[in-house]
Design a protein around this ligand. Structure first.
Ligand code: DGP
Length: 114
């Protein structure tokens, strides 16, 4: 999708600090980090939000989880722990309509989130 920011990042038309890539997924640093490690994991396919995953995506969802694990290991946050957040819709303040998994770590995270 030409007008989708994360599609443009996935297509390398908009620069991003990429930390991990597979054929189907991309992981890059969030431009406004909320923790020492703040990486976004996205499918390269345009899926607007968590509500738009379909049964045909089950293998892709599995690759998303593998990508999250690879990022946690390469960023060195796997041992102490990390958080994965998916904002979905207005009340959760989803600001980019391309599903993305925030991977946050590198400090003690408070709970509950705001
Ligand atoms: P959300 O609020 O859950 O939709 O998160 C969107 C995130 O995307 C937010 O934390 C900031 C990040 N972001 C927005 N624009 C860009 C960009 O151009 N590059 C990168 N790397 N991150 C971006």
């Amino acid at each position: 999708m030409e007008d989708c920011l994360f599609c443009r990042i996935a297509a390398k038309k908009v620069p991003a600090a990429i930390v991990h890539e597979t054929k189907e997924t991309l992981a890059f640093r969030d431009i406004k980090p909320e923790a020492p490690v703040h990486v976004l994991v996205i499918p390269k396919e345009h899926v607007p939000s968590l509500l738009h995953w379909e049964p045909r995506h089950s293998a892709l969802i599995s690759v998303i989880h593998e990508t999250i694990r690879a990022v946690a290991r390469s960023e060195g946050i796997d041992e102490n722990g990390f958080r994965v957040v998916v904002n979905s819709g207005r009340d959760a303040q989803q600001s980019v309509s391309h599903v993305h998994y925030h991977v946050l770590g590198g400090r003690a995270l408070v709970w509950p989130p705001g």
